[in-house]
Design a protein. Structure first.
Length: 358
């Protein structure tokens, strides 16, 4: 592997086109590998002293892969740390390489760069557009070879063909009863103008009870739909004319993902979130999409995860569409700092003691 070298993304003049070409061609790459998604991540993480240390890999003079690497500040245990991760706790997308040797080099280089930057933790996830057995074997091999541990979870998956008829019967009643109160539209490409962008921003802030990420991140989010990597589903109240809810659905390589949603609290009791998913499924079926991922599936409490009541409620809602369909998100992580690991284990101990009422 002595022939491998790297180039910072910032050093490559045609980096965006080169990056996207690799992502489009790789069977491992999904929507969170795209150049546009990285741009959204950087905008969302801007207040966290974010660093883009992503790089291309070369075998002599031949391009051999790319490696997304974002470093950001994280407050944990009352202290600031550096974490190698994407926005809101999402792990780094898996490196995309042409050979197993280049993949090994990528993980060595990720760790070298993370340690040099003072990072305390690295997390990487592998989830392809369509699940296949190679994901598990690849994640296991990498964990053993590079000293990571498994941190995998499961995601709801809706099989799009026939999903409308198989949705929870109560959900179908809600849709039939309340959908006549709203107009729905699908927004993508040039239809996503500044008005739509601002509309989603205001709804999201209203729904969340405050603004918790930069305004620019909403522009980058809208760019996903403008560039055809996602689409918005909007519900507009017929009587008042205002937007009652907007859902952003990522759609890349014929596989969809429930990305982000914002509901005006005044309309929450009219099950707008349910109806947005029905309209999304109609659009996905029209486009011939195979699956629709809806994170995150809550399972029985474990050492790593004790789902909150809210998380269980959200998972139950999504199960109303997935009807038992699920897949594994293969994730691995590595701790680089003993104090950070101690804080993590203490947090788990506290959570377990509370769960067991000790």
């Amino acid at each position: 592997m002595s022939g491998f070298t790297t180039k910072e993304v910032s050093e490559v003049p045609n980096a965006a086109a080169l990056w996207q070409g690799i992502v489009d061609a790789s069977p491992l790459a999904w929507f969170w590998h795209t150049w546009s998604w990285k741009a959204y991540t950087l905008a969302a993480c801007a207040p966290l002293s974010v660093q883009d240390r992503s790089f291309f890999i070369y075998d002599d003079d031949t391009l051999a892969g790319l490696c997304p690497l974002i470093l950001q500040r994280r407050l944990y245990g009352g202290k600031e740390w550096v974490d190698a991760a994407y926005y809101a706790g999402a792990l780094l997308p898996w490196p995309l390489t042409t050979t197993p040797e280049a993949e090994d080099f990528a993980f060595q280089e990720i760790e070298r760069r993370a340690r040099k930057a003072g990072a305390a933790h690295i997390g990487v996830q592998l989830i392809t557009p369509v699940a296949h057995e190679d994901e598990r074997m690849r994640a296991e091999r990498t964990a053993l070879a590079h000293g990571y541990i498994a941190a995998s979870g499961r995601s709801h998956v809706v099989e799009v063909p026939g999903a409308l008829a198989h949705a929870r019967e109560r959900f179908r009643r809600y849709d039939k009863k309340f959908s006549p109160l709203f107009d729905f539209d699908i927004l993508q490409g040039t239809a996503v103008d500044d008005i739509v962008e601002e509309e989603y921003f205001r709804l999201h802030v209203l729904d969340a009870g405050g603004q918790f990420r930069p305004r620019e991140s909403y522009a980058k989010q809208a760019d996903l739909a403008r560039k055809g990597e996602a689409f918005y589903v909007r519900a507009r109240h017929k009587e008042g004319g205002e937007a009652a809810g907007i859902l952003l659905v990522s759609l890349y390589k014929n596989s969809a993902f429930d990305n982000s949603v914002a509901i005006d609290p005044r309309f929450a009791k009219l099950y707008v979130g349910h109806m947005l998913r029905f309209r999304a499924l109609e659009e996905l079926e029209r486009r011939g999409a195979a699956g629709y991922g809806m994170p995150l599936l809550t399972e029985a409490p474990s050492f790593l995860r004790i789902p909150s009541q809210k998380q269980r409620g959200i998972s139950y809602f999504k199960e109303g569409f997935s009807r038992g369909g699920s897949r594994t998100i293969w994730s691995i992580e590595k701790f680089l700092d003993a104090e950070y690991l101690h804080l993590y284990l203490t947090e788990r101990e506290t959570a377990l003691a509370g769960y067991f009422e000790l």
